[in-house]
Ligand binder design. Structure first.
Ligand SMILES: C=C(O[C@@H]1C=C(C(=O)O)C=C[C@H]1O)C(=O)O
Length: 379
């Protein structure tokens, strides 16, 4: 089994990213208690790979990920993944804004909603938690009227109500994730290279980092400084630039950077993300050999079907937040879906009646799930 570790619990944005990525690449998502646990399990071969947040378009870098990667050995960035992020203010059903005595969330999520919190809850204490989902869990179990900043899936998972939707400062809020593995990936197409380096404190030092790239026309996509952790005023720099690490120009630039810096660590070279977080529209071609090979491929496809069904159920759960108990079934929507999938089945040479039967079962499950959720939320 190929596994993909992510920072849990369920309902975190890392979980959402893991589900998207796992669905595309045939991995099983594995919940981990911290970012450190993701990396430790990866290093000790308990995971095939991990997915970790690196930066957010509003909140900036995820310092913990960068610090852990600086120290990690034998772990490479193998891919990047962009996830659009929507934050909501979540509370137990019945709680109104004026009652809220505390707001819980992960520091990144709080940073993403700074304007909203300042305007709507200016005097309410804010408490940082290890993840947005653990904030939702705390709010669900708290005696007092509290609120969490988190995802809609966290709301549904923990039986909370969305008091305010889309409270992030900007609508196009996106988190960039890195997929980590123990082996460098081989791929073709547009590449990005990431590294971290430490500078000797001398005049023009930063210029000596930038000029080897600039002189060769290499496009720097990110430069980020973090305290080195040893002395006040000493920094390390995280750099991402376009180009493959085996490209001649890039190799020369990295060699020059090494000469100009005190310490340099390659983090990885990986394909540039295309920017859509959707599920695959086309499967990778496979060439199975013999009966065992064919059955192995069928097993893989079954894994993928289940992962897609899991993802579908998550979305169905989110739909429940827009419904009341007595209007769960939407027959015209079901007919619309049936019409589309049966048409696709015909085009692919699959019996449309069989596809219809499968989908009718899926609808029964989806409706049952929504009814249960709405009953547990008291809607
Ligand atoms: C998910 C929904 O709820 C129900 C389940 C559906 C599904 O599984 O696709 C479609 C329509 C509804 O009967 C929805 O309304 O979109």
């Amino acid at each position: 089994m190929y596994t993909l570790g992510y920072l849990g619990p369920q309902g975190t944005f890392s979980h959402t990213a893991a589900l998207h990525y796992a669905g595309r690449h045939g991995y099983t998502p594995v919940c981990c208690s911290s970012l450190d646990a993701v990396m430790q399990k990866l290093a000790s071969q308990k995971l095939t790979c991990g997915i970790v947040p690196v930066e957010n378009s509003l909140g900036g870098s995820v310092g913990e990920t960068l610090d852990l990667l600086t120290r990690a050995e034998g772990i490479w960035v193998t891919a990047e993944f962009l996830l659009p992020v929507k934050q909501h203010l979540l509370a137990r059903p019945g709680v109104v804004l004026a009652d809220i005595s505390k707001v819980y969330s992960h520091p990144q999520a709080l940073a993403q909603c700074r304007s909203f919190l300042k305007q709507q809850l200016p005097n309410t204490p804010v408490v940082e938690t290890v993840s947005t989902a653990s904030a939702a869990l705390m709010v669900a179990g708290a005696e007092a009227a509290t609120a969490a900043v988190g995802s809609q899936s966290a709301a549904v998972t923990y039986g909370l109500q969305i008091l305010y939707a889309d409270i992030q400062d900007k609508a196009d809020n996106t988190t960039r994730f890195w997929v980590l593995g123990r082996e460098k990936p081989s791929f073709s197409g547009k590449a990005k290279t990431s590294l971290v380096l430490a500078l000797q404190d001398s005049p023009g030092a930063l210029c000596r980092i930038l000029s080897p790239l600039a002189q060769r026309g290499i496009n720097l996509t990110r430069i980020e400084s973090r305290p080195s952790g040893s002395k006040l005023g000493e920094y390390i720099f995280f750099i991402d630039f376009e180009g493959h690490s085996n490209n001649r120009e890039v190799c020369d630039a990295v060699r020059e950077l090494r000469e100009n810096t005190f310490w340099l660590k390659m983090l990885g070279c990986y394909p540039v993300a295309t920017g859509d977080g959707d599920m695959p529209s086309r499967w990778e071609p496979v060439q199975p050999v013999g009966l065992p090979g064919l059955r192995k491929e069928i097993d893989k496809i079954d894994d993928n079907i289940l992962r897609l069904l899991t993802r579908r159920q998550e979305l169905v759960e989110q739909v429940a937040a827009f419904k009341s108990k007595d209007m769960v079934v939407d027959s015209s929507r079901e007919e619309e879906i049936l019409c589309r999938v049966k048409e696709m089945a015909c085009q692919s040479g699959i019996d449309p009646d069989i596809v219809e039967g499968i989908y009718r079962q899926i609808f029964i499950g989806a409706v049952r799930r929504q009814v249960d959720l709405l009953a547990s939320c008291g809607n």
